[in-house]
Design a protein around this ligand. Structure first.
Ligand code: GTP
Length: 297
């Protein structure tokens, strides 16, 4: 491949705006996890796309929100960091004709850093053209964006155009990542995130945000089969019962869904074993957060 331009682009936006969906749409692989519940993304996820002469390195970030726990504070820290030191920022917004608090704060922060910013209006499949024009006008009055690109991360509309727009911000120079690498996240961490995604999908609101997933075993047999042992940590004994379900039915459902996605991601057959353990107040314990792989840079 003849890559002559390579640069870092971060994606910022309020929780649930579609950052993970967009990251996946941009690189065409399931890397960031996607759910309909806010604050799903805990780590900065880095995905790489090589296209034509360009290498795009995308940073997905946790949604900006008020920190209530140590984990929350950690997530806010990651957002702050990921805006600095990049070649361009994509500010992802909902198609709403009003600049919200989180958006105003992000615009102020990005402006202070002087980084080029592209306004990306997501979920255009949910609004009419006239409404979209109003959204554009309202935001353009707030900040002098380098470009405004309406997209639907869900069905792919506008994603190609967005890549063309972003290419202009990539500096000439050596590539930052090797050709065959699509993410800097260790595979085991992506797999743990897939399991957490299934917890979020299958369980009620409160429980999944009190869960963490740790992979104690991640090994490949000679015949290519991958063995994974995963421990799901929750905060209360009552939660443990709910996660396991009647006769283990819920845990089985979660594990089966996760295994299928992990097999697709790894391109191999997977044996997944899951356990549930109670660990009270883990969200306030920074050492534990580090142990389960949330990076603290
Ligand atoms: N209709 C529609 N829904 C979308 C679109 N993009 C994302 N969504 C939905 O919005 C929800 C949130 O998407 P995510 O990609 O998880 O959002 P996020 O910004 O990464 O969320 P956090 O990780 O919580 O910060 C999911 O239910 C997506 O299916 C879109 O273009 N159109």
């Amino acid at each position: 491949m003849n890559l002559t331009k390579s640069g870092m682009i971060s994606i910022v936006g309020r929780p649930n705006v579609g950052k993970s969906t967009l990251t996946n749409a941009l690189v065409g692989e399931k890397i960031a996890i996607v759910t309909n519940k806010p604050q799903t993304t805990r780590n900065r996820i880095c995905a790489v796309l090589n296209r034509g002469e360009c290498q795009y390195v995308f940073m997905d970030t946790p949604g900006l929100h008020k920190a209530r726990t140590r984990l929350g504070e950690y997530m806010v820290g990651v957002v702050k960091e990921s805006v600095a030191d990049v070649d361009a920022v994509m500010l992802l917004i909902e198609p709403i004709p009003h600049v919200g608090g989180p958006e105003a704060e992000l615009i102020a922060r990005i402006r202070a850093l002087g980084v080029p910013v592209v306004l990306v209006i997501n979920k255009i499949d949910t609004v009419k053209k006239e409404e979209l024009l109003t959204v554009m006008q309202v935001y353009q009055a707030e900040c002098d964006f380098q470009a405004i690109v309406p997209i639907s991360a869900k069905n792919g509309d506008g994603v190609e155009e967005l890549l063309n727009v972003l290419a202009a911000f990539l500096p000439e120079g050596p590539q930052l990542f090797p050709d065959d690498m699509i993410t800097d996240q260790p595979e085991r961490q992506v797999c743990a995130e897939i399991i957490r995604e299934k917890l979020l999908l299958c369980l009620d609101k409160e429980i999944p945000h009190g869960t963490a997933v740790e992979l104690s075993k991640f090994s490949e047999r000679e015949n290519g089969i991958i063995d994974i042992d995963a421990t799901i940590y929750c905060e209360k004994a009552s939660h443990k019962g709910i996660i396991i379900g009647k006769n283990g039915a819920m845990l089985k459902k979660i594990s089966t869904l996760a295994r299928k996605d992990i097999e697709a991601f790894m391109g191999a057959k997977v044996f997944l074993e899951t356990w549930v353990k109670v660990k009270e107040n883990w969200r306030d314990n920074l050492n534990f957060i580090r142990d389960v792989g949330y990076r603290d840079e």
